[in-house]
Design a protein around this ligand. Structure first.
Ligand code: FES
Length: 160
């Protein structure tokens, strides 16, 4: 079977379709390129490896590192590791979700925000920690997190 052409990173060339261990690395490479796992790419991965799409989706939904939807313009990770958890991460998470009107989804309908609860971000001394677009904000509170989100929204409205 020939490699799909949609993944331009060259990653496919390094994956032997006959190796059952390449599923996750191939999914990771695809997500790295697209930012998530688009449906056609899931189908291509399944086809390349001779698996069912259901199998690929099963893996994608089992590991929370994989996304089946594109990220919002602003990506907010709320650490739920132990240090952050005991210092109120859950409250920050629920306050932000309520602020952004998120129910089951993790991305707002306008595509402006994606919020995820993630494992330890490796800076426990700053707990509770929130990562906004790759920038760590430590010693967070629900009120400070709300201000961060509202400031971002205000900037977006101004077109900044
Ligand atoms: S537990 Fe949150 S940074 Fe480690």
């Amino acid at each position: 079977m020939s490699p799909p052409t949609a993944v331009s990173s060259g990653a496919y060339g390094t994956f032997e379709a006959s190796d059952p261990g390449v599923l996750i690395p191939l999914m990771q490479a695809t997500q790295e390129e697209f930012g998530y796992l688009p449906r056609p790419e899931v189908a291509r991965i399944a086809d390349y490896l001779g698996l069912s799409e259901a199998r690929v989706y099963g893996v994608a939904t089992f590991y929370n590192q994989f996304r089946l939807e594109p990220l919002g313009k602003n990506y907010i990770q709320i650490c739920s590791g132990t240090a952050c958890h005991v210092k109120g991460a859950a409250e920050i998470f629920s306050v932000l979700r309520a602020e952004l009107g998120l129910d089951d989804a993790s991305t707002t309908k306008d595509g402006l925000f994606t919020i995820d609860s993630v494992a330890c971000l490796g800076a426990c001394s700053m707990a509770p920690l929130v990562n906004v677009n790759g920038e760590f904000h430590g010693h967070m509170t629900a009120q400070k997190a709300l201000k961060l989100v509202r400031d971002i929204r205000a900037k977006e409205r101004k077109g900044a």
